[in-house]
Design a protein around this ligand. Structure first.
Ligand code: AMP
Ligand code: MG
Length: 403
């Protein structure tokens, strides 16, 4: 029997025992949202590819306008107009200017643009400039945004809409991403029936299967449903082996404590190397982790609330590790609505609701000893109480993890 580990030790163990898979597949840009980038993306070209104006105004040579003012405008010859979406073939000689729209190309020889607000068109082929330009003023130069070889996005990034925009800008329409992890999900227990079945005496519906599948999908993995297995060690082992055969990771739930029928630990130990049996957290203590090669074999507690928190706090970071990324969760600060007890020497997780009132965020812990649905349904997030903490008074500032 392995000793119980602290949550920090478990996260370190995960990093030590599992390595990024380093796999890659190419998907079209429109399918790349929320996928994990498999490689750094360097630009292959200049963006923009030409010098552009950032204002509506006149492109000109700054030195032709030095010293001008409202009272003594610089008078320049207007030689023409740059059209949007066309190159600037115009020649702009000394003491001349050309009209340029926002984003228009700057003609050769010009070194700045003066906003239209600081000019006066005299209508006779000349323009008065009322405010001096300066070299580079109101310009974006070729390659200012990116240039060939500059890294635009790094491997491990989960692609957000703004990243899709950046990829479009450099013409990267085939995007190398990590193939979705296939994760086998098995629920175990003689008492379980599928959610679409009516439980008989002593039976309950399988909560963990659908819940874990949803959690995995939200993370970006592909859950593979291996259904419900009764508490029969041989059958469970066959299912777990089939799952390990075709998936990148296997999650069993139920049967992870030390009961006679609790075979998950033995099975995981026989299929590979047992790394962990027990995390010092509440809920969630009876958790098992093992591996066959670089493939995680995970045994979650059967109790759905425990299974949920262990999966969220440890399984998702583990899967992220396989994809070469690190999960980040930014808690919000909230005021605890009522006191919370904790004095058992284990890290405690409490589901809570968030409420905003008078511009203040308040965290209302969901208290329910055994009420399963009330703890899962409608929780906005959870708060963590350190193992050394003896409880928190109402009004205390807490951090709520909510995404
Ligand atoms: P176990 O870890 O198998 O000892 O189960 C602990 C508790 O969780 C028992 O009350 C089980 O009925 C319940 N349980 C186990 N697996 C599931 C599941 N997939 N869905 C709902 N409840 C479960
Ligand atoms: Mg069981």
């Amino acid at each position: 029997m392995l000793e119980v580990k602290t949550p920090e030790e478990v996260l370190r163990l995960i990093d030590k025992e599992f390595q990024p898979l380093g796999r890659s597949e190419t998907v079209p840009l429109e399918g790349a949202l929320a996928r994990v980038l498999a490689e750094d993306i360097p630009a292959g070209e200049y963006v923009p590819d030409f010098d552009r104006s950032t204002v509506d105004g006149y492109a000109l040579r700054a030195k032709d306008t030095f010293g001008c003012s409202d009272a003594i405008p610089a008078i320049l010859n207007l030689v023409g107009e740059v059209k949007m979406g066309e190159g600037a073939e115009l020649r702009v000689p000394r003491d001349s200017c050309a009209y340029v729209p926002t984003g228009g190309a700057i003609p050769e020889g010009c070194d700045c643009a003066v906003m239209i607000e600081y000019t006066e068109d005299y209508g006779d082929g000349t323009v008065g400039i009322l405010k001096p330009g300066a070299p580079g003023m109101n310009l974006i130069f070729r390659g200012d945004d990116v240039f060939p070889g500059k890294t635009v996005l790094r491997a491990g990034r989960v692609l957000a809409p703004q990243d899709i925009g950046a990829l479009a800008a450099i013409g990267k329409t085939g995007v190398p991403v990590h193939p979705r992890l296939r994760v086998g999900v098995i629920s175990t227990g003689d008492e379980l029936v599928r959610a679409d079945q009516q439980p008989g005496p002593g039976q309950v519906r399988d909560v963990n299967g659908p819940m874990l599948a949803a959690l995995l999908r939200g993370f970006g993995a592909e859950p593979v449903d291996f259904g419900i297995v009764v508490d029969d060690e041989k059958l469970l082992r066959e299912k777990a082996e089939a799952a390990a055969e075709s998936c990148d990771a296997v999650i069993l739930s139920g049967g992870s404590s030390a009961g006679v029928k609790d075979a998950a630990c033995r099975i995981i130990g026989e299929m590979g190397k047992l790394l962990l049996h027990g995390i010092a957290m509440k809920p969630g203590k009876p958790t098992i982790l093992g591996r066959t090669g670089n493939k995680p074999l995970i045994g979650l507690p059967g109790h759905p609330v425990a299974a949920f928190f262990v999966a969220k706090l440890f399984v998702l970071p583990l899967l992220a590790r396989l994809e070469g990324r690190t999960l980040r969760s930014y808690p919000v600060r909230a005021e605890l609505e009522e006191s919370l007890n904790a004095n058992h020497g284990r890290m405690q997780i409490n589901a809570c609701r968030l409420e905003e009132a008078d511009g203040k965020l308040r965290a209302a812990p969901i208290r329910s000893k055994s009420g399963l649905i009330t703890q899962l349904a409608g929780a906005d997030g959870y708060l963590v109480i350190d193992r050394d903490c003896e409880g928190l008074p109402g009004g205390a500032e807490v951090k709520v993890f909510w995404n």
